[in-house]
Design a protein around this ligand. Structure first.
Ligand code: KMH
Ligand code: ZN
Length: 282
């Protein structure tokens, strides 16, 4: 089986310090959390950014400041900004995160970014809207900018939308999916097997189990040959009733699960190879 790519979703847009005081907001806190995850074995940092007061933002300058701070501590990590941002943001606001350059590494744009392939109920009156036109705009922009999408899907219908967008030329193969389970589609072994079986041959996938589903989904992905996402964006507990101290602590738990189940952990260079990204020009 190929090595395991661990993604750390260190911050998110919705989770706050009221949920867990270790959730990062400031540039320094975000860099600290990225470093803890990277040192523990994460090769991808899925990145949202916040203003110092915790409000989510997709401001390009804030992304630049965070990416530069992370890069000092995580020299070869794959930094994957979110284009989902937070509920209610406009498309143009959301796409700013794909504009950040890292000239010292020869990167005109981030290597990856998320591409959410459908609309999802987030509870109460919150709806995360991604119309077909939004998906087309984001897909086309990412192709033009050479950004590999991590296709975020919250249910199997979104896999079908991604395949439709691929057929129309808005997403290139090989596709990489992130199954976010436990929000709209439930997070059961049956659901994970079904959705993983629904993606085109040659695609790769990772799973983000939300809340209590985080580690059970991780364990299943490890044995099924998928990849794993953990972090404060999806879950603030390290075990039932115990707050996680850091993203690093959550990555360490995923690493322990992988070791017990006989799966080796991919370095960032190995993750790039698995995902078909160019080697980093250091
Ligand atoms: N915060 C959600 C509205 C992504 O990063 O692309 C969107 C989200 C997905 O988290
Ligand atoms: Zn996200």
């Amino acid at each position: 089986m190929e090595k395991l790519i661990i993604t750390a979703a260190i911050c998110g847009a919705e989770v706050t310090k009221e949920h867990n005081p270790n959730v990062p907001y400031t540039v320094e806190e975000i860099a600290r959390e990225a470093e803890s995850a990277y040192k523990a074995g994460a090769s991808i940092i899925h990145l949202h950014v916040r203003n110092d007061d915790g409000t989510p933002t997709q401001d390009k300058a804030r992304f630049k400041a965070c990416i530069d701070a992370i890069r000092k501590l995580c020299p070869d990590a794959i930094i994957q900004p979110s284009t989902g941002g937070a509920v209610g943001m406009t498309d143009m606001e959301r796409l700013q995160s794909t504009e950040v350059e890292e000239p010292q590494l020869g990167l005109k744009h981030p290597e990856m970014a998320t591409l959410d392939c459908g609309t999802c109920n987030f509870g109460g009156d919150e709806v995360f809207v991604n119309t077909d036109n939004t998906i087309k705009t984001f897909g086309k922009t990412m192709i033009e900018r050479g950004v590999k999408p991590e296709i975020e899907v919250f249910d199997k219908g979104m896999v079908d939308i991604a395949i439709k967008m691929h057929k129309k030329g808005f997403i290139k193969a090989p596709m990489h999916f992130d199954f976010v389970l436990g929000v709209q589609m439930t997070a059961t072994a049956r659901d994970l097997a079904f959705i993983a079986d629904s993606i085109p041959a040659g695609s790769t996938w990772t799973v983000a189990g939300v809340g209590k589903n985080q580690y059970p989904m991780a364990a299943l992905a490890i044995v099924m040959g998928g990849h794993v996402r953990v972090g404060f964006e999806d879950n603030v507990y390290i075990e039932k009733g115990v707050m996680a101290e850091s993203n690093g602590q959550m990555v360490e738990k995923a690493v322990r699960l992988a070791k017990e189940l006989g799966r080796e952990i991919a370095t960032p260079a190995e993750a790039r190879e698995i995902l078909g990204l160019k080697p980093l020009n250091k």
